[in-house]
Design a protein around this ligand. Structure first.
Ligand code: ATP
Length: 217
């Protein structure tokens, strides 16, 4: 890396309904691999391409706060929760670009499932003009794209160079060899509905919040 203190800004979007170890642990490993100083978790409000979350915005925000308490790697940005309109990642990234300028390296973190689905995102072609994509592995999802065109797009942008992530403002896709966690918020919600334990799947403070607020049951 050119600078010992990187300016690479990393965002991590999602519904976090609820936040779990499958969100946190791969990203902690990713942060070590690519020398991220900080990861900004940005829960979204009305995710356009999926069913509505069961926990409300304030509850999802509170669970993220509990999950990252005492973990300086993470911070929370609740700007998407403040909006009533759909959270389109591309629009949030455009807003951030205005704030940080055109030259600062910016990355958006996704799991492998999101990469495979990316070409269905609103204005997906614009995403790589605004940020890099840092992709965490996720069990059960193919490592190659669905179509030859999508694979060509991935091959064109993929890099294994951590230096590039820190020196270029946007445009690269980094497939990180992160550890696999077979955890999803859907499975956690289903387990909670059936009154099954989830203690290994999410931080204790989040589990306690869910119990106190009788979420997902
Ligand atoms: P749901 O089951 O409700 O769809 P989820 O567990 O997939 O939720 P999201 O909040 O939708 O969680 O995901 C936010 C981001 O975290 C996405 O980019 C997703 O790919 C990633 N992610 C979620 N779980 C994992 C996991 N177990 N391993 C790697 N990445 C994950």
């Amino acid at each position: 890396m050119a600078n010992s203190v990187s300016r690479l800004t990393a965002l991590y979007g999602g519904t976090f309904d609820p936040i779990h170890y499958g969100h946190l642990k791969p990203v902690e490993a990713l942060a070590k691999q690519v020398a991220l100083q900080q990861v900004t978790i940005m829960p979204n409000n009305v995710p356009p391409h999926r069913p509505q979350p069961l926990a409300n915005s304030q509850q999802r925000k509170a669970m993220v706060e509990l999950a990252i308490a005492g973990k300086p790697l993470f911070r929370l940005d609740d700007r998407e929760l403040q909006r009533e309109t759909p959270s389109y990642t591309v629009e949030t990234l455009e807003q951030l670009r205005v704030e940080i300028g055109a030259k600062q390296p910016l990355a958006f973190i996704v799991g492998q499932d999101s990469l495979l689905n990316l070409q269905r995102w609103h204005r997906w072609e614009t995403l790589l003009t605004l940020c890099h994509l840092l992709v965490c592995q996720r069990p059960g999802y193919a490592l190659s794209m669905d179509t030859p065109e999508e694979q060509q797009w991935l091959d064109k942008h993929q890099t294994t160079s951590v230096d590039e992530l820190h020196s270029l403002p946007a445009g690269r896709i980094y497939l990180a060899p992160t550890p696999l966690y077979d955890i999803s918020a859907t499975a956690i919600r289903q387990r909670l509905e059936q009154h099954l334990a989830c203690d290994d799947l999410l931080p204790p403070a989040v589990a306690e919040f869910i119990r106190q607020h009788q979420l997902y049951c």
